[in-house]
Design a protein around this ligand. Structure first.
Ligand code: ATP
Ligand code: MG
Length: 325
């Protein structure tokens, strides 16, 4: 009789996210949903109300306002983002979501307000320093450099070494090693985001969706503690969308906290641990994805903007799926 050898699945290192995610590829086991489970448990008992306190916030903002002329674009009284969670920031066009991102990450200056990231005061900090602290964002309108290659765009996302300049440049061994590590990291991320074949192409030749992926991959060059994605799914084709969703969920399992803006409420309901709703600059509702869409304040906010928005009615999803089959 032939001996049957027990084949033990090789356990991938925790960081090797391309090989697993929410749905492990065939033959591989999902390693962990530990952070997802913890966040679900922790947020279960948090009230669904705007500005509510959370058990373990990584970002805490207070009295943040931004006015453009006579118009108040952001007026956030209190907002907390739960560590290790995936928080969706939703709201109609012009609600102030992008402006809020700009303020938190140092790309714009508020009229009033303070915010702490991981316990540190972040007001008046330049974007580069904010990124160095571990808070990295992507842009709604991608900011990839069209005339640089995909790989060079990635390398632009690499952290600036504190000693860069005269001293380091005198010791080639030091920066060569760093450079090599950056290239390896960039290539691993490009692999994960299915862009590796394009690494030597100009970023300008990428499709809109691929640019979104490149921006997200570039943000990860810094191993952020909090990644803020401004409409990461916009313009990405449906096949890539699924893998992007998996990437976002696998980020959580790596320990990264995610805040993302998204208009497709069905997407939000599928991946978010928590949903925060902005309208006219204010946070008007917060809560579990399942219940927040039924909040009258949310319905009001959207009805004020578009009369016929789909607020995540599952029957619509079923209909779409059955049309596809
Ligand atoms: N630099 C600026 N100068 C003047 N007004 C601005 C500026 N940036 C944003 N605004 C205004 O502030 C408000 C909030 O805009 P913001 O881009 O933050 O909204 P948003 O929620 O990101 O919308 P969308 O979903 O369309 O991206 C809008 O009324 C917008 O016109
Ligand atoms: Mg926006």
């Amino acid at each position: 009789m032939r001996e049957i050898k027990e084949v033990k699945p090789e356990v991938k290192p925790f960081q090797d996210l391309a090989k697993w995610a929410t749905k492990a590829p065939e033959g591989e086991k999902l390693i962990s949903t530990a952070y997802g489970d913890k966040v679900t448990k922790d947020l279960k008992f948090v009230d669904n109300k705007p500005g509510v306190h959370k058990p373990d916030p990584i970002l805490v903002a207070d009295h943040v306002t931004r006015k453009f002329g006579g118009m108040t674009a952001v007026d956030v009284e209190h907002f907390e983002i739960e560590r290790h969670g995936i928080t969706a920031l939703i709201g109609p066009n012009g609600a102030g979501k992008t402006t809020f991102f700009n303020l938190m990450t140092g790309f714009d200056t508020p009229n009033t307000g303070e915010w702490r990231f991981d316990g540190r005061d972040m007001a008046h900090m330049q974007p580069e320093k904010v990124a160095r602290m571990g808070m990295v964002r992507t842009f709604q309108l991608t900011k990839v450099m069209s005339r640089l290659t995909v790989l060079d765009n990635m390398l632009l996302g690499a952290p600036v070494q504190p000693g860069e300049g005269m001293f380091r440049s005198l010791i080639p061994g030091l920066w060569k090693k760093q450079e090599q590590e950056n290239v390896e990291k960039a290539e691993a991320l490009l692999e994960r985001f299915l862009l590796i074949k394009k690494k030597d192409d100009f970023a300008g030749s990428l499709s809109g969706g691929q640019r979104k992926l490149l921006e997200m991959a570039r943000a990860l060059m810094r191993d952020p503690k909090l990644v803020m994605l401004d409409e990461p799914m916009a313009g990405v084709n449906p096949a890539l969308k699924q893998s992007l969703l998996d990437h976002i969920m696998s980020l959580r399992e790596e320990g990264t906290t995610v805040l993302f803006v998204e208009h497709d409420i069905n997407m939000v309901r599928h991946i978010a641990d928590w949903v925060t709703v902005m309208a006219e600059g204010k946070i008007v509702a917060e809560g579990q994805p399942k219940s927040v869409m039924n909040d009258p304040a949310v319905i009001d906010a959207y009805l004020g903007a578009h009369a016929n928005i789909d607020l995540g009615d599952d029957s619509v999803l079923d209909l779409k799926e059955s049309e596809e089959h």
